[in-house]
Design a protein around this ligand. Sequence first.
Ligand code: PNS
Length: 166
Amino acid sequence: MKIAIYPGSFDPVTSGHVDIIRRAAGLCDKLIVAVMHNQAKKPAFSPEERCEMLQRVVGDVPGVEVRMFSGLLADYAAQEHAETIIKGLRAVSDFEYEFQMALANRKLNPGVDTVFLMTSAEYMYLSSSIVKDIAAHGGDITGFVPDSIQDDILLRIRKEGNSWQR
Ligand code: PNS
């Protein structure tokens, strides 16, 4: 059984993430979408909230399981017997950081390889931070995130403004 992990902050999940999840699910038997902690970011949503939104959005995709984990990705991959880490790449600017993480994860767990999927062209510009910034300034996030979580984001971000930013 080919098990892959798609890790991320998913704060919140965007239409770009959903695109990667659907495409990655077709490449393996089981895709674990793992909500994890990025120490460089202060999240707007709790891990439980991020999981619940992901579950709502991709819970019905065959082979996809949504989980959360607070430790090292390399350890989680070993725990789940995953041989592959899936990452989405939007632009060259993503590459250096992703390349570093892929090498570090392989050093920590030689049994795991990172596979990069290029984002679909329509989501090149999209990120969770951009979605939160647009929402905080009263902009329209239709299409940037799945319809079913749009209200959750507007409620949270408009109430708290930009306080999620460092
Ligand atoms: O969506 P993000 O914020 O770009 O995802 C980054 C994430 C969560 C995948 C990364 O920070 C991560 O792997 N965190 C878990 C802790 C870990 O393993 N750190 C070492 C990475 S080499």
